[in-house]
Design a protein around this ligand. Structure first.
Ligand code: NI
Length: 169
């Protein structure tokens, strides 16, 4: 398994809506393994395919990572089919949005439909931390970043800071 490069804001690829995955073959399994190595090394609790430049509807997560990496979850073609309430996701961050964190309002609980890495249909009820991570990663698959949920002013300040940093490289 090799680590992949994680694209960072303002890379435009992160804005591409991803396409549904139709066939789960050996190449897909390999990509998922690479994504997994990349996420655990970062370290992060979730990673969407588009963050490594793969424009397919695939996300992985592990909200309780341990040394054995035994609880990796894979969700393919996920869709939020129901949601309830609101929760404040405090100090949310993203591997693709370096050096920035912000509070984001998310649904408190969600019902997600998709398939697992064996292609089996699955339905998932999530709340709390898991609901937040899934909404964050599903946003990525639509070309959306968590900074799209904050005020335009805060976003502009961050954009300006990153552009300045890119220029000074
Ligand atoms: Ni992210």
């Amino acid at each position: 398994m090799s680590k992949l490069k994680i694209l960072t804001y303002p890379d435009n690829v992160l804005r591409h809506p991803t396409r549904e995955l139709e066939t789960i073959d050996g190449d897909v399994q390999k990509m998922i393994d690479h994504m997994s190595a990349t996420m655990y090394a970062a370290p992060g609790v979730g990673l969407a395919a588009i963050q490594v430049g793969w424009d397919r509807s695939v996300l992985i997560y592990d909200i309780s990572p341990s040394d054995d990496g035994g609880s990796l979850q894979v969700l393919i073609n996920p869709r939020i089919i129901d949601h309830e309430g609101e929760i404040l996701s405090e100090n949310e961050g993203c591997l693709s949005v370096p050096e920035f964190r912000a509070d984001v309002t998310r649904y408190a609980s969600i019902l997600v439909e998709g398939v697992d890495r064996e292609g089996r249909p699955l339905k998932l009820e999530a709340e709390g931390m898991l609901a937040i991570v899934l909404q964050h990663e599903i946003d990525h698959l639509k070309g959306k970043l968590f900074i799209d949920h904050i005020s335009a002013l805060k976003r502009q300040l961050y954009t300006r800071r990153m552009k300045k940093k890119l220029r000074s490289k």
